[in-house]
Design a protein around this ligand. Structure first.
Ligand SMILES: [Ca+2]
Ligand SMILES: [Ca+2]
Ligand SMILES: [Ca+2]
Length: 292
């Protein structure tokens, strides 16, 4: 299958869509169907049961939430701690594979929402001035809670003995109209990957090759593009070619464009315009979606 020129997307979060397996609901200890910040029980099995319904709506592609294991039981998927593991409240890798195969059998494509900008909120500092963005980057000493560590490849180890090898240590973004702050600061405390490092870049490629190869995703929607320093996206064309090689066919990718309204980056940071984002990928990007 390919994306061709016309596809009707449906963007949904399995978390609230349909609960096909109640045994996984409290896998993260955050089950609370009446709470807006908790897991509601929806999962891959439930989504699979509703594929005929989705197809009957006229959709030909499904864009689902990030599947990776989150740091602190987050329901939404955008706070990864283990980028090679399925968060158990969605189900298992086998459930995901089965759902995608069932979607393909119906002519539906499946898009994974992915993040390269940040992990969850595990890294912090007790230094004076944190979490304010420091005048001189790199001066804060970073710490992890003793009970929790990122899974490989973003754990501290002999290759990366310091958290500063893996993350920026600048504290929260103070000014959304300053590119340096937007790119190198923490978004609501979410740990900001040092995306300019060769280690982080190459591992992000390997991670998302894994998800195409193992799960069979047809493409990616790339989250928080504006928060990643620009050099990372200059590898975009290489990344796109790598994904095509792994998938054996053109892989669809689309990017989140910056918001308009309260964060007018399209005006103040021209490189983040629609054309700017497309240019970063040198034609390797299939589409750019604009959040409103
Ligand atoms: Ca469930
Ligand atoms: Ca943090
Ligand atoms: Ca960043």
């Amino acid at each position: 299958m390919s994306f061709g020129r016309r596809r009707a997307f449906i963007r949904l979060s399995p978390i609230v869509f349909f609960d096909g397996d109640t045994s996984n609901n409290n896998a993260d200890g955050n089950y609370g169907p009446s709470s807006s910040g908790s897991v509601h029980g929806g999962d891959f099995k439930g989504l699979e049961q509703k594929l005929d319904y989705i197809k009957a709506l006229g959709a030909t592609a499904i864009w689902i939430s990030p599947v990776v294991l989150n740091a602190n039981g987050e329901f939404h998927g955008y706070a990864g701690r283990n980028f090679y593991a399925v968060d158990p409240h969605w189900g298992t890798l086998a459930d995901l594979q089965h759902m995608i195969a069932a979607a393909h059998a119906r002519g539906l494509l499946v898009i994974d929402d992915i993040i390269v900008n940040h992990g969850g909120d595990l890294v912090y500092s007790t230094d004076s001035g944190y979490p304010n963005f420091p005048r001189t980057a790199g001066r804060l000493q970073l710490e992890l809670p003793s009970s929790k560590q990122y899974a490989s490849p973003f754990n501290t180890n002999t290759v990366n003995p310091s958290l500063t090898n893996l993350f920026h240590n600048n504290g929260n973004i103070p000014d959304y109209n300053t590119a340096q702050h937007v790119e190198l600061g923490e978004l609501s405390g979410l740990d900001d990957f040092r995306t300019e490092s060769a280690y982080v870049r190459s591992n992000m490629v390997e991670i998302y090759k894994f998800w195409i190869g193992q799960a069979g995703f047809d493409g990616f929607r790339i989250d928080t593009v504006k928060h990643v320093e620009m050099g990372f996206w200059q590898t975009g064309v290489l990344w796109s070619m790598t994904m095509r090689r792994v998938s054996g066919s053109p892989i669809f990718s689309c990017s989140e464009k910056c918001s308009t309204g309260p964060i007018p980056n399209a005006v103040l940071i021209p490189a983040r315009s629609l054309a700017g984002i497309r240019a970063r990928f040198s034609g390797g990007l299939s589409a750019v979606l604009q959040d409103q």
